[in-house]
Ligand binder design. Structure first.
Ligand SMILES: NC(=O)c1ccc[n+]([C@@H]2O[C@H](COP(=O)([O-])OP(=O)(O)OC[C@H]3O[C@@H](n4cnc5c(N)ncnc54)[C@H](OP(=O)(O)O)[C@@H]3O)[C@@H](O)[C@H]2O)c1
Length: 235
């Protein structure tokens, strides 16, 4: 990693930063004078996206399901910055509109959980000493309205159950990390026109803005909440 960044700038790590909402979150955070660690499971994709977004964005290989990747990235962040101010758990898979719970492939559900639940959970654990070293740690778990129990109906069983579990993780971590001053929230970006969302959704910038809002909350801001566009939504 090049040693060219002001150590006082907030340091943010975004997973799945090579495309879609994650990439736009990186773009908005660097615009807010963060040093952005744009991570992607392809090193090439990470580096290309970082180069496109310009100075202040570093591309780093990180498959959230890979323990060696998580450990290497934590080592790099520790050596270069000594802390992490913002973690955005954005990477996700398996918007399984073709499945129904009554007949779902449970192996597929378990695989989805590796990326959508255990990946962010393990990454947060691995980065926790660095988040604690920040004076204003923020964790944003990018969730979905599909995880809202209040609205839940048939379909997308892998996606919905893993995002519900991610929301539970948000609540538990928020309570456990409150004393450390680390704010942990879930954010639904709304329906956004990405590869996952498909055409017809709202602009990526609008979906990313609510994520960036939670990533840049002031001290004393909310924790353990579920938000869309900075407004609470029902669990
Ligand atoms: N779009 C919507 O309408 C919508 C609505 C509600 C919630 N969300 C949530 O918003 C977030 C971003 O969604 P999106 O629409 O931007 O999705 P997307 O366009 O499909 O992008 C998903 C990103 O996650 C990455 N990813 C997948 N598995 C990974 C892994 N194991 N390790 C690291 N990165 C991995 C992908 O990398 P590759 O390029 O390598 O595949 C890609 O960068 C997700 O959490 C999604 O559930 C989206």
């Amino acid at each position: 990693m090049p040693d060219v960044y002001a150590p006082t700038a907030p340091v943010a790590l975004v997973t799945g930063g090579n495309r879609g909402i994650g990439r736009e979150v990186c773009r908005q955070l660097v615009g807010l004078d963060h040093v952005v660690l744009l991570t992607a499971r392809s090193a090439k994709a990470a580096q290309e996206a970082a180069a496109e977004l310009g100075p202040g964005v570093l591309g780093i290989e990180l498959d959230v399901t890979s323990e060696p990747d998580r450990v290497r990235v934590a080592d790099e962040v520790r050596e270069r910055f000594g802390r992490l101010d913002v973690l955005v758990n954005n990477a996700a898979v398996a918007y399984d509109t073709w499945q129904r719970a009554v007949s779902a492939d449970l192996d597929y559900v378990r695989e989805a959980a590796e990326t959508n639940l255990y990946g962010p959970w393990r990454l947060t654990q691995t980065l926790l000493p660095l988040l604690r070293a920040s004076r204003h740690g923020r964790v944003v778990n990018v969730s979905s309205g599909a995880a809202s129990l209040a609205d839940m109906g048939a379909g997308t069983p892998a996606y919905a159950t893993t995002k519900v579990a991610l929301n539970a993780l948000t609540r538990i971590l928020a309570a456990e990390l409150r004393a450390d001053g680390i704010l942990v929230n879930s954010v639904c970006p709304g329906w956004v026109a990405t590869d996952m969302g498909g055409p017809g959704g709202r602009p990526v910038a609008d979906g990313a803005a609510g994520v960036v809002w939670a990533a840049t909350l002031p001290g004393g801001g909310p924790t353990g909440g579920f938000f869309r566009d900075g407004v609470r939504v029902e669990w």
